[in-house]
Ligand binder design. Structure first.
Ligand SMILES: *Cc1c(COP(=O)(O)O)cnc(C)c1O
Length: 371
């Protein structure tokens, strides 16, 4: 048998992103147990990089009763796949396709008078959640306009154009339960609910908490929690051990022996201190490895952490596998739950001064299409 035949199967296997839906199931059960109301599974950004459909189906099978996304385009994909549960989309421009949303039974958030007018004017009967800014000056209606928005929504409801089924808000500092901004957000949300009731609205879904407040602050739960990060194993509050859902591995494309003082990669940003072996990994920043992690990150080679050396390039990076060497084709682990000592998303976030959310959602289409 030729050497090629032996090598071919190993060389043919490229980077792999394995998604552990069992972890999503366990995380969902834990979150559903903590939420005092219903659980909405937020599967925006392709389920935080874990595949929106898989995460949605798994979460619905383990305690979530609804789905949430940002854009209507994300909502269509879920409906196209046959998911018929209640579904909310909360971030759309004023001229979005509200008629199709109504026809496909997608509930939409209304954060402004302009949105309300556009939704009400579109054909169909629209189930809407009025969105109040609970104190982060991002999405949601300015409290100064809230009463006016509630009155306009009530008139639209009386005309049969919309049905206000919900009121939503979002907390800006829930990852730090001790931050006083949380109490201000809860108070503002309670005021927004009162104002809505006083104008005659009867929103049955009242939701403020995402993952962090679901885990740390029952006072924010109301009738529903919207959780995304927690489903895929990220706890922004750092209070619960959730299970990570991604493992990223890659084969070493090549291994070379180098002398001490060898310059590695663009800008010669690294020089080897000792004679060693360098392994080439076919993943770079275009695959979502954050470039700021250059010369800081580690990967798992033969059960041990080994440093990435030199700058992470667009499509590739280099690991110093040490004097023991490694074989071309050998699998290295870039990121995983950490069970075998491999780096976690939290490690990568630390190396690149960001949060786990950005690491997992950044592992982009190229990695996923290869798997
Ligand atoms: C992303 C998002 C969520 C989910 O937040 P997690 O912290 O990921 O659970 C909830 N609500 C809104 C408005 C969001 O944008």
């Amino acid at each position: 048998m030729s050497a090629l035949a032996v090598l071919a199967p190993r060389l043919g296997s490229g980077p792999r992103l394995d998604i552990d839906l069992g972890a999503v199931a366990a995380n969902t059960r834990l979150l559903a147990g903590r939420a005092t109301g219903e659980l909405m599974a937020v599967v925006k950004a392709d389920g935080f990089g874990h595949g929106a459909l898989g995460v949605a189906r798994t979460a619905l099978a383990h305690g979530a009763t609804r789905l949430g996304v940002t854009s209507l385009d994300e909502a269509w994909a879920l409906r196209d796949a046959g998911l018929a549960v209640p579904l909310l989309s909360w971030l759309n421009p004023v001229d979005a396709d509200w008629a199709t949303a109504a026809a496909r039974d997608v509930e939409v958030a209304v954060p402004s008078l302009e949105h309300l007018a556009a939704v009400a004017a579109a054909p169909g009967r629209h189930r809407v959640h009025l969105h109040v800014d609970a104190g982060m000056a991002r999405d949601g209606a300015d409290p100064a306009c809230w009463a006016q928005l509630c009155r306009a929504a009530r008139r639209a409801e009386q005309r049969g154009e919309v049905e206000v089924v919900g009121v939503m808000g979002h907390l800006g500092c829930a990852d730090d339960p001790s931050d006083e901004c949380n109490a201000l957000g809860r108070t503002r949300f309670a005021w927004a609910l009162e104002t809505a009731r006083a104008t005659g609205l009867r929103p049955v879904d009242r939701h403020l908490a995402s993952t962090a407040a679901t885990l740390t602050d029952p006072r924010a739960h109301h009738t529903m929690s919207r959780v995304g990060a927690g489903l895929v194993g990220i706890d922004p509050s750092g209070t619960v051990a959730l299970r990570a859902g991604l493992t990223l591995t890659a084969p070493l494309v090549s291994v070379r022996r180098v002398r001490a003082g060898t310059a590695v990669g663009y800008g010669h940003a690294h020089r080897t201190a000792h004679p060693t072996y360098l392994g080439l990994i076919p993943l770079g920043y275009a695959d979502g490895l954050p470039r700021p992690a250059s010369d800081r990150a580690e990967v798992l080679v033969r059960g041990a952490r080994r440093p990435l050396v030199g700058r992470i390039s667009m499509d590739q990076c280099v690991v110093d596998v040490g004097p023991g060497g490694a074989e071309p084709g050998e699998t290295v682990t870039i990121l995983g739950p950490g069970d075998d000592g491999e780096p976690t998303a939290a490690d990568w976030a630390g190396w690149s001064d960001t949060i786990e959310h950005e690491v997992v959602t950044g592992l982009g289409a190229r990695v996923r299409s290869r798997t």
